[in-house]
Design a protein around this ligand. Structure first.
Ligand code: MG
Length: 282
C-alpha cells in the first residue's frame, strides 16, 4: 500500500514538473516575427587597387610578372639584383669600403670574408624597401664569447643593423644575439647553426619615411627568416640600432630614400655569399 502511494506521488510530481516545463516553454517561446528576406548580395564585387577598380575574379586584371625562381632554395630568381655570386669579379664590381674605395675584405673560397680593421663593406648600389637574401658563416674556430664571437651585422640603408653573431651555445644579451634588430627586438627563436656552417637570412624590409623636417612619419618594418625560421615577424622599429650610449638617445635620423647594404667588420672573420636583392614598393 505504502509502495503504491509512493509511486502515485512520484507520478504526480513528474506531472507537475512536466506541466511547469510546458508552461515555461509556452511563456518563453519567442513570438514568431515575420522578417524580410535579406537582399542577395550582388554578384559583381569591385575592389580598388593601385591599378584601378577591378571586379573580383576579373581575368583582365593585370597579372603579376612571371619570374623564374632559382633552381634550389636560396638561389636568386630571375628578377633579382645579384650583388655577390661567389666570384671575385662580382665582389669588386659591386662592393667597396664605406668611402667608395676598394674594400680590404678578402675573397676566399667563393665568399667575402671580413678582415679586422678593414671597416664595413658596402654595396655600390643603394636600396630602400627591399627583399634581401644573403648567406653567412661565423668562424669555424670558436674564439671569444658573448659579443666577441663571430660578430658582424647586416645594415639596411647603412643604418639599421640585423645582428650577425655566433649565437650557437654562446650566451649574450638577447637583444644583441644573432637575428636581433640590434638593441631593439629580440628574435623569436635562436635558429643558429653551428660555427662555420652556412646560414641564411631572408629579409623583407620596408623603409622609414620622413617629412620635410626630417621627422619620421612611417617607421621601418622588418620580417626576417633565419635558415627558414621566422625570427622577426613584421617588427616595427622604434628608433636607431646604435650601441648603448648612442642608442639610448637615438630616435630616427632622417635618411635619404635609399642607402647601401653593409656588412659589419667587428674584428671577427665572418664570411658572406649568395647576396641578392629585389626592390619593393614602399
Ligand atoms: Mg654586429
Amino acid at each position: 500500500m505504502r509502495t503504491m502511494l509512493l509511486v502515485a506521488s512520484a507520478i504526480a510530481l513528474l506531472g507537475i514538473v512536466a506541466g511547469c516545463a510546458t508552461q515555461d516553454a509556452a511563456k518563453t517561446e519567442p513570438a514568431k516575427v515575420e522578417t524580410a528576406q535579406a537582399e542577395p548580395k550582388p554578384l559583381t564585387q569591385y575592389v580598388d587597387t593601385p591599378t584601378g577598380r577591378w571586379m573580383v575574379h576579373d581575368e583582365q586584371r593585370p597579372a603579376p610578372n612571371i619570374i623564374t625562381p632559382g633552381n634550389e632554395c636560396g638561389a636568386a630568381p630571375s628578377d633579382a639584383i645579384v650583388l655577390f655570386d661567389g666570384t671575385e669579379t662580382s665582389m669588386t664590381a659591386n662592393w667597396t669600403d664605406t668611402k667608395g674605395n676598394p674594400t680590404k675584405w678578402v675573397f676566399r673560397d667563393g665568399s667575402m670574408e671580413s678582415v679586422e680593421k678593414a671597416g664595413y663593406i658596402q654595396s655600390k648600389q643603394q636600396f630602400g624597401s627591399c627583399q634581401l637574401h644573403l648567406e653567412f658563416a661565423t668562424p669555424a674556430t670558436v674564439k671569444g664569447n658573448s659579443q666577441g664571437r663571430g660578430n658582424s651585422g647586416v645594415f639596411l640603408q647603412g643604418e639599421y643593423e640585423i645582428q650577425v653573431l655566433d649565437s650557437y651555445e654562446n650566451k649574450t644579451y638577447p637583444d644583441g644575439q644573432c637575428a636581433a634588430l640590434y638593441g631593439r627586438s629580440v628574435p623569436l627563436a635562436n635558429a643558429c647553426r653551428k660555427p662555420g656552417e652556412w646560414q641564411s637570412y631572408d629579409i623583407i624590409y620596408h623603409r622609414a619615411m620622413f617629412d620635410k623636417d626630417g621627422k619620421v612619419v612611417q617607421k621601418p618594418t622588418f620580417t626576417i627568416f633565419q635558415n627558414g625560421v621566422l625570427v622577426q615577424d613584421h617588427v616595427t622599429l622604434e628608433g636607431g640600432t646604435q650601441w648603448i650610449n648612442a642608442h639610448a638617445v637615438s630616435d630616427f635620423r632622417p635618411l635619404p630614400d635609399k642607402g647601401p647594404i653593409q656588412f659589419q667588420d667587428h674584428g671577427n672573420p665572418v664570411r658572406y655569399r649568395n647576396v641578392w636583392v629585389r626592390e619593393l614598393k614602399d
